[in-house]
Design a protein around this ligand. Structure first.
Ligand code: KG4
Ligand code: ZN
Length: 353
């Protein structure tokens, strides 16, 4: 089974070809065009520019992804595209292109939930059975979910304000580091003292599995406005302090979810992470210890499959195609598309920031 995957939900244009062979899943190509240069002058992602950039870059990316994989369009078994949540302009470009290709090649179209792609990414490289506990931490999301199967998610907690990635990005901006903030903070933090600045660990010690990061952002703003521009040592120390605070806050909430998961899903044995923030080494280390203590296996996709890419869209397409879950060419786009539609709406749930 071979699927072409297309990702355009935010500021990465991406195309990939993933196959399932007798030896397991294989990524045959995985190309990403980051629109960083296009958005940098404006200090953030501009939806209209993103949509136009996807239009410029997607077609050549798809051609190259197929060529690199050595696969003709007529030989794929399906064409998958992120159909939400995300910026509507980008979703229209990617999904319309995917629908057009699917129609031309007479293959099924697969409308993929971008969050489901993060949720299932781990199964592309590791053998992980359902149910598993998932920490989904990205630029627009911070959620704890039980994944009971493809399309079957139960939300245990979500953010009440910012997402974890947003907290990294906003703190990096205040510290004077670049965008995206997560990798910039991780690099700067390597030489920093994580205990120099005292920062809150929002929600720590409270029951439940919800998150909050706005207080942390405010605390960082107080420090940077009181001190003025930081020297490189100050930047490194504040970056390290922010990274530690976010990791401790996330791990504390995840510990509550682990306890709940062990109680309610005794057949489950894995703690899984997904989304861009899951690339963070300090967070991965903390979660490994947490899982060890609870007798769970900690499983994470390789860092390159944590951040947005086409391979995880193709893989989610394969997971759905195997179950016969294909979509018509009239499949709607969903700028807001929570994984657990029964969970009460929250500002940060199902929306991609
Ligand atoms: O999953 P993703 O690529 O896009 C969304 O679906 O939102 O996640 C992007 C987010 C950004 O906020 C970025 O700063 C964060 O993931 N991120 C990281 C790291 N790499 C990316 N955060 C912390 N440490 C990293 N190494
Ligand atoms: Zn994402």
């Amino acid at each position: 089974m071979v699927v072409l995957g297309i990702e355009t939900s935010c500021d990465e244009s991406a195309a990939a070809v993933v196959a399932v062979t007798a030896a397991g899943p294989r990524i045959l190509s995985n190309l990403i065009h980051s629109q960083l240069a296009e958005h940098t002058p404006y200090g953030g992602v501009v939806p209209e520019i993103a949509a136009r950039a996807h239009l410029d870059h997607l077609h050549p990316l798809i051609s190259r992804a197929l060529a690199e994989a050595g696969v003709l369009l007529g030989a794929v078994d399906g064409v998958a595209a992120a159909a939400g949540p995300g910026l509507i302009g980008g979703l229209i470009v990617g999904s319309t292109m995917a629908k057009g290709l699917a129609w031309a090649a007479d293959k099924p179209f697969l409308a993929v939930n971008h969050l489901e792609a993060h949720a299932l990414a781990v199964r592309l490289t590791e053998e992980v059975d359902f149910p598993y506990l998932l920490l989904l931490v990205s630029g627009g999301h911070c959620q704890l979910l039980v994944c009971s199967g493809v399309g079957r998610y139960t939300r245990l907690g979500t953010t009440l304000d910012d997402a974890a990635g947003e907290a990294f990005d906003k703190a990096a901006k205040l510290i004077g580091l670049g965008y995206p903030g997560g990798p910039a903070i991780e690099t700067a933090a390597e030489d920093g003292d994580p205990h120099r600045f005292v920062l809150p660990r929002p929600m720590k010690g409270r029951p439940g599995c919800d998150f909050s990061f706005s207080g942390l952002k405010t605390a960082v703003r107080h420090i940077t406005s009181a001190r003025g521009p930081l020297d490189p040592r100050g930047q490194a120390d504040l970056a390290a302090s922010v990274e530690l605070a976010i990791c401790e806050a996330v791990t504390d909430r995840t510990a509550n979810a682990v306890a709940l998961f062990r109680r309610k899903y005794p057949e489950g044995n894995s703690l899984v992470v997904g989304g861009g923030v899951a690339a963070n080494k300090r967070l991965r280390g903390r979660l490994t210890s947490l899982a060890d203590e609870a007798g769970l296996r900690f499983v994470a996709p390789p860092p390159a499959l944590c951040t947005d890419n086409g391979a995880i869209i193709a893989w989610a397409g394969i997971e759905r195609l195997r179950l016969g879950l294909v979509d018509g060419l009239d499949a709607p786009l969903k700028p807001r598309w929570p994984l657990d539609s029964d969970a009460p709406p929250r500002p940060g749930a199902g929306v991609k920031g």
